[in-house]
Design a protein around this ligand. Structure first.
Ligand code: RIB
Length: 292
């Protein structure tokens, strides 16, 4: 069984569906409102667990009712929470999501996720060292991402960095990570809009640009390759990137080659968008096997 450790955010998504996005100063009537589990870290942990990995989450929640909901959701999805702690006097992270015109826009309030510090992560060092792969994103402090990249390098544990949401990253982190998976927007911020192809070439088999329904682009050492995605009628694309990252990590940890791992991850991501909510459509292993 693949041993995956996810270090990152755990939140509750507050999702409004509307026919359009309001302009500044405008009030419009929405169609529906729902609260569902989210946060990029938690989403990746749940997706990996549904795909059959042994998953440990390292993160923080608030001491509010959302925190309890997040913990219950981990348990329901067989994610180990030995390293998830409630923070006294803090609220849980939230993501304020508008679904309109076929896409989402998101404002994230970090809250307790700010407490996922290097000192906090250090408590889980033993588990990190025993992992087949570690997954991390950027809804937690920057110095934590740096610290994790250092310990993964030191202990020879592959690190998959999903650089979302976008922010500049130090060269050391880029060097330390084994795999980096920006979307097109994040890649432009990391490498500059005009340098994407040069960046792919500079980091063969390491930088994988997720291009939504087009697929995933990388440089295989000789040429740039686009691994196509699977066509699907999308209901909600929230969490598709998280599903891709988790599935990619699971397949790599199981020893599959890069191409097969990307096909597996593309299949998982395509299934994830067919239902509402970041985690709503995340597939179980049986839904993917034999179909990618
Ligand atoms: O990647 C999707 C996630 O990003 C959502 O679940 C939301 O929590 C935001 O952080």
């Amino acid at each position: 069984m693949a041993k995956i450790t996810v270090i990152g955010s755990s939140s509750i998504d507050l999702v409004v569906t509307a026919s359009k996005r309001p302009s500044a100063g405008e009030t419009i009537m929405g169609e529906s409102f729902k609260t569902v589990p989210g946060g990029k870290g938690a989403n990746q942990a749940v997706a990996a667990a549904r795909l059959g990995a042994e998953v440990y989450m390292i993160g923080c929640v608030g001491d509010d009712s959302f925190g309890k909901e997040i913990l219950d959701n981990f348990t329901k999805n067989h994610v180990n929470t030995s390293y998830v702690e409630p923070v006294t006097g803090m609220e849980s992270g939230t993501a304020h999501i508008t679904l309109a015109e076929g896409d989402n826009s998101i404002i994230v309030v970090e809250a307790a996720n700010k407490k996922v510090t290097p000192e906090f992560v250090e408590k889980a060092l033993q588990r990190i060292r025993e992992s087949d792969i570690v997954l991390i994103q950027q809804e937690i402090p920057e110095d934590t991402v740096e610290y994790v990249s250092e310990i993964c390098r030191e202990h020879d544990v592959p690190l998959l960095l999903n650089p979302a949401p976008a922010r500049p990253i130090g060269q050391k982190v880029i060097e330390n990570a084994a795999y980096i998976t920006p979307n097109e927007l994040e890649a432009a911020i990391l490498f500059g809009q005009d340098d994407i192809h040069a960046a792919l070439k500079q980091y063969p088999n390491k930088v994988f640009i997720t291009e939504g329904k087009n697929g995933v682009r990388y440089f295989d050492g000789e040429r740039e390759v686009l691994v196509p995605s699977y066509p699907v009628d999308a209901v909600d694309t929230t969490g598709a990137g998280d599903t891709f990252n988790a599935a990619f990590a699971v397949a790599l940890a199981e020893g599959r080659d890069l191409q097969e791992s990307m096909r597996f991850a593309n299949k998982a991501a395509s299934l994830s968008v067919a239902k509402f909510g970041a985690q709503g459509g995340m597939p179980m292993r049986s839904e993917i096997e034999g179909s990618y």
